[in-house]
Write a protein that binds this ligand. Structure first.
Ligand code: SF4
Length: 247
């Protein structure tokens, strides 16, 4: 199947492991609008990044393959993860998030600048429901739907170990519930709505449960206005750690 075929993401289901998933993912060109946008950003970088070679491809999950906490964001930023090739790395949202993860001892460093900066996440993995940078950070419903198999397979491959899904914003929240529902998890109906610090317990089909935890997205729009403060994020991360049994 060609990487630009609309159903190319269904190949995610054939990935035997996380590395195999990444190998398939980075070839994906199924969304013409997003492929054009990610490559346009690379062709005309902002002044601060002129001279850098952009990743300009789908961005794989990052972090601990045995994660107890899965952070579900939104999508790469055109000059952030789309530039560096690593989730939340190289933009202001990531600066805010990694600093918080470091404060609560889930990240080895407080700053993330490039894919080879030595950052290590312990007990945490970052994923996104849309893997390519969208214009204005707004993927369409069709693009969200089309990209779904990559998230679905990543959650499957993370297996029974994760205990918490931390959704950063309503799109991540809805994507998590939709993905679990499609995989046969007994997701509550009607689907619970996103709110900061909201919690929903979802039973696993094979026993045990996972807590879905909501948090405002650490975008500049939220952090510059004080809608999400460092303390608020620390509190949610602390709650996630507690639920996940991490010290
Ligand atoms: S957003 Fe997802 S489905 Fe669309 S091109 Fe990127 S990786 Fe493929």
């Amino acid at each position: 199947m060609r990487p630009d075929a609309p159903d190319y993401p269904t190949r995610a289901a054939t990935a035997p492991d996380l590395l195999g998933l990444e190998t398939l993912l980075v070839e994906c060109r199924a969304c013409p609008r997003l492929v054009a946008w990610r490559e346009a950003a690379a062709a005309a970088p902002r002044a601060a990044f002129r001279g850098q070679t952009y990743w300009a491809r789908p961005v794989p999950g990052f972090g601990d393959p045995g994660a107890r906490i899965v952070i579900v964001g939104l999508a790469p930023a055109a000059d952030g993860a789309n530039r560096t090739g690593r989730m939340f790395t190289g933009d202001r949202s990531g600066d805010f998030l990694f600093a918080a993860l470091h404060r609560v001892d889930l990240a080895s460093q407080e700053t993330a600048t490039s894919a080879d900066d030595g950052m290590v996440l312990t007990g945490v993995r970052m994923v996104a429901p849309v893997r390519c940078a969208p214009p204005a950070n707004k993927p369409t419903a069709q693009e969200r739907q089309r990209c779904g198999p990559w998230l679905a397979r990543e959650l499957e491959l993370l297996g029974s170990r994760f205990a918490v899904i931390l959704a950063l914003g309503a799109i991540g929240w809805d994507a998590a519930l939709r993905t679990l529902g499609e995989q046969g998890w007994p997701v509550p109906r009607p689907r619970p709505r996103f709110a900061h610090a909201a919690e929903v317990t979802v039973d696993r089909p094979d026993g045990g449960s996972v807590t879905l935890l909501g948090c405002f997205h650490p975008s500049p729009h939220n952090t510059f206005t004080g809608r999400l403060t460092p303390q608020m994020l620390d509190d949610v991360l602390g709650r996630a750690k507690h639920l996940a049994g991490l010290r």
